[in-house]
Design a protein around this ligand. Structure first.
Ligand code: 5GP
Length: 174
């Protein structure tokens, strides 16, 4: 099957999580299935091309899983983009609005080597706030964003538009 069909088949709709009215897409079954996970990682590598990026930046926490696998498969490094307050050394931070309140992502200020090509990955693109903050951190940190991939894009939330003119690669858009 196509990788999009594999992603669709390995996600579970969870109604009313994390709050009433939201249907959360649970991708844990995708990570747990070795054959599907390998196809997903291979598809990401094939799309961008092994050797086209120096490091893979993953967004906490499910992005870490994808980032580490893509990096290992290609010999690239991994940079974790973390939730606020987790990093031990001086960090850059970027905040973004949530429906109620705001959230902050951080990365060590020396995490990126100037000019390094950075592939940014996460599991799901929803409203795009998380991705916009992550991409901003890479750029402020001196990395060159060379791609952004998610396993699943929730198209009806229009996150892609928030990231324009940057492009989004999604294995599956619903
Ligand atoms: P956004 O900032 O685009 O609204 O939300 C994207 C972030 O929240 C991603 O880091 C993603 O892991 C998480 N997220 C939002 N909605 C979902 C969902 O339905 N399923 C999963 N697995 N993660 C989600």
């Amino acid at each position: 099957p196509e990788v999009a069909a594999l992603v669709a088949g390995a996600s579970i709709d969870v109604p009313d999580f994390p709050k009433p009215g939201v249907v959360f897409k649970d991708l844990m079954p995708l990570f747990a299935d070795g054959a599907v996970f390998r196809r997903v990682v291979d598809a990401i590598v094939a799309y961008h091309g092994a050797g086209s990026f120096d490091v893979v930046a993953g967004v906490e926490a499910r992005g870490f899983v994808v980032a580490a696998a893509v990096a290992y498969a290609t010999g690239a490094g991994v940079v974790p983009i973390r939730k606020a307050g987790k990093l031990p050394r001086k960090a850059l931070s970027a905040s973004y609005a949530l429906e109620y309140g705001e959230a902050t992502l951080e990365v060590h200020e020396d995490a990126f080597v100037a000019g390094h090509r950075v592939l940014v990955v996460d599991d799901v693109l929803a409203t795009g706030g998380t991705a916009a903050a992550a991409l901003e951190l890479v750029e402020r940190g001196g990395g060159e964003v060379c791609g952004f991939t998610v396993l699943l894009e929730l198209g009806f939330l229009h996150g892609r538009e928030k990231l324009s003119p940057r492009t989004v690669h999604a294995l599956l858009t619903v």
